[in-house]
Write a protein that binds this ligand. Structure first.
Ligand SMILES: Nc1ncnc2c1ncn2[C@@H]1O[C@H](COP(=O)(O)OP(=O)(O)OP(=O)(O)O)[C@@H](O)[C@H]1O
Ligand SMILES: [Mg+2]
Length: 318
């Protein structure tokens, strides 16, 4: 773990951050996933994820990077966040139900996060549903889960799980009808029991087969979606897009990021196992007075030198 300070970031300059990382703004302003971070504010980028940020002024930041964490200035020529921001700004968020669709690794979860932050920025209570029982970021795998966001986030995993419906499998092909009724049920609950002002639905990446197209069209219809956001990479989603365009619904097509991190099967499996263990063996916060109970071989203090920022973080917790 080490800290780097990045000075003189010019307006409209882009940086790419690979997690695990914690970014703190010292001066200026950063635009990150639909939210703005000013001096003194900070956010985290999780392990295995990449987030692109854009400087909105002359900025200075520091970044604490964990193992495999990386931060670099990038040429923004092919970057999609301005296009995403522009297209998503067309949405009238209040009272809307929005479904985010696309194949695997195209940026569905990232767009969902951006919509959450845009809603929060307008002062709305944002209902969020993770409709992917394979890689669920809000609740455990095998569920459709829901939450309400009231503050800015960088990952859906930061949201508190309010309600989960067990769909018995991580393979949506075998349970899509039940997944549909579960998502519709949660939309109603978020609106009526939790007073959500808008609802965003993140979906799974099963989109190309005819049954998948039917499932997604049915979802858009059953939840009464006002907007369908379609992230396009190649022609994977053309059949679904054609059908959506022929309905009167608002369909917004976004390009997928050219440099997205792709997760292989093993990576997805590990994440799913971590998803289960988070619920079966949740971590607990412990406060230990190290003067009374010294811990031998604590890796934090094994001869490593830390700078002041990290020492402040450790002291805050001990
Ligand atoms: N503009 C971008 N540039 C580069 N990488 C990005 C960008 N936006 C998101 N990513 C990264 O691309 C990867 C895939 O994004 P994301 O998880 O949002 O896709 P997804 O469609 O939800 O994937 P899944 O099918 O696994 O649910 C993530 O590591 C994410 O951090
Ligand atoms: Mg996702």
């Amino acid at each position: 773990m080490y800290t780097v300070e990045i000075q003189s970031i010019r307006p409209n300059e882009f940086l790419s951050v690979d997690g695990p990382a914690s970014i703190r703004v010292i001066d200026g302003k950063l635009y990150v996933l639909g939210a703005e971070y000013g001096p003194g504010s900070s956010f985290t980028v999780m392990r295995g994820r990449r987030i692109i940020m854009k400087s909105l002024g002359d900025s200075k930041i520091d970044a604490v990077l964990g193992p495999d964490g990386k931060i670099e200035r990038i040429d923004g020529t092919n970057e999609v966040i301005d296009i995403w921001d522009h297209e998503l700004s067309k949405i009238h968020l209040r009272n809307s139900v929005i479904v985010v669709l696309g194949a695997m690794d195209v940026g569905k979860t990232t767009v969902t996060t951006m919509l959450v932050n845009k809603g929060v920025r307008e002062g709305l209570k944002v209902g969020v549903i993770d409709g992917d029982p394979g890689q669920n970021d809000i609740g455990p795998p095998t569920t459709i889960s829901a939450s309400v966001a009231t503050g800015f986030i960088t990952h859906l995993t930061q949201l508190r799980n309010l309600r989960s419906i067990f769909v018995k499998t991580t393979s949506i092909e075998y349970a899509w009808d039940y997944v549909l009724s579960s998502i519709s049920k949660l939309v109603n609950e978020l609106r009526h029991n939790y007073n959500a002002d808008m609802v965003v639905i993140n979906t799974d990446g099963w989109v190309s087969e005819p049954t998948a197209v039917r499932f997604k069209l049915e979802m858009v219809k059953r939840v009464g979606a006002d907007y369908a956001i379609v992230i396009r990479r190649g022609d994977e989603i053309n059949d679904l897009l054609k059908e959506l365009m022929s309905t009167a619904r608002n369909t917004i097509v976004l390009p997928s990021p050219p440099n997205a991190r792709v997760r292989d099967r093993d990576d997805r499996k590990i994440r799913r196992e971590m998803g289960y263990s988070k619920y079966l063996m949740p971590s607990r916060e412990l406060t230990i007075n190290l003067r009374e109970k010294p811990i031998v071989n604590l890796p934090l203090f094994n001869g490593l030198k830390y700078d002041n920022y990290i020492m402040r973080l450790i002291r805050k917790k001990s």
